[in-house]
Design a protein around this ligand. Structure first.
Ligand code: FNR
Length: 174
């Protein structure tokens, strides 16, 4: 399977990006590609015609993937603006979004005990509206992240690794 991974954080040392970085070792049979969407302008309908190449190429990456995994931080009980911007661009033009029928697994990591529950609920709502096939299960809420990664960014929590391995199996078989 060709799996496209998308992090909701561009931060150096992002726990969400590190979480995605742990996946290839847990499912070596799959090919993982990480999306860089840092070149996207802030969405405005004024910029849609002509449709920017930066947005077209990201739509193409989504369409080409067999499955997509998004790891999002929670910002103020919602998703980060940069991720919302990516979703807005790749949903356009209306009716020609890249997410239609795409298989998507969502997850999120936070130092807080609340595990990005509200950010993921928000993300699921948007993806369902975009007609993606969002997996209802498993849910992956990674809380208290400072205890689960080394300072070099390696995921060391065995329970989390097992949960992620199972999630990747279910993603492949769904
Ligand atoms: C946060 N953070 C945060 N955490 C959380 O669990 N719920 C929240 O609502 C928020 N709100 C929030 C707003 C803003 C503007 C920032 C910058 C941060 C903390 C957040 O979880 C923490 O910074 C993570 O480390 C961000 O994810 P990455 O960058 O490590 O992937």
């Amino acid at each position: 399977m060709n799996i496209l991974t998308i992090s909701g954080s561009s931060r150096t040392g992002s726990f969400n990006t590190m979480l995605l970085g742990a996946l290839p070792a847990l499912a070596p049979a799959h090919t993982f590609t990480h999306m860089d969407y840092s070149a996207l302008p802030l969405f405005s309908q004024d910029l849609e015609n002509p449709f920017p190449e930066s947005a077209t190429s990201l739509k193409d990456q989504i369409k080409a993937a067999d499955a997509i995994i998004i790891a999002t931080p929670e910002y103020n009980r919602s998703i980060p603006a940069s991720l919302s911007n990516l979703l807005d661009w790749t949903s356009r033009p209306y009716g020609q979004g890249a997410w239609i029928g795409k298989k998507v697994l969502v997850m999120g990591a936070t130092p807080a005990p609340t595990g990005t529950v509200l950010a993921q609920a928000e993300l699921r709502k948007i993806l369902l509206y975009l007609d993606a096939r969002v997996m209802g299960q498993p849910e992956i809420y990674l809380s208290s992240v400072y205890e689960k990664f080394t300072t070099e960014g390696e995921l060391t929590d065995e329970g989390t690794k097992q949960h992620l391995s199972k999630a990747l199996e279910l993603l492949a078989s769904s």
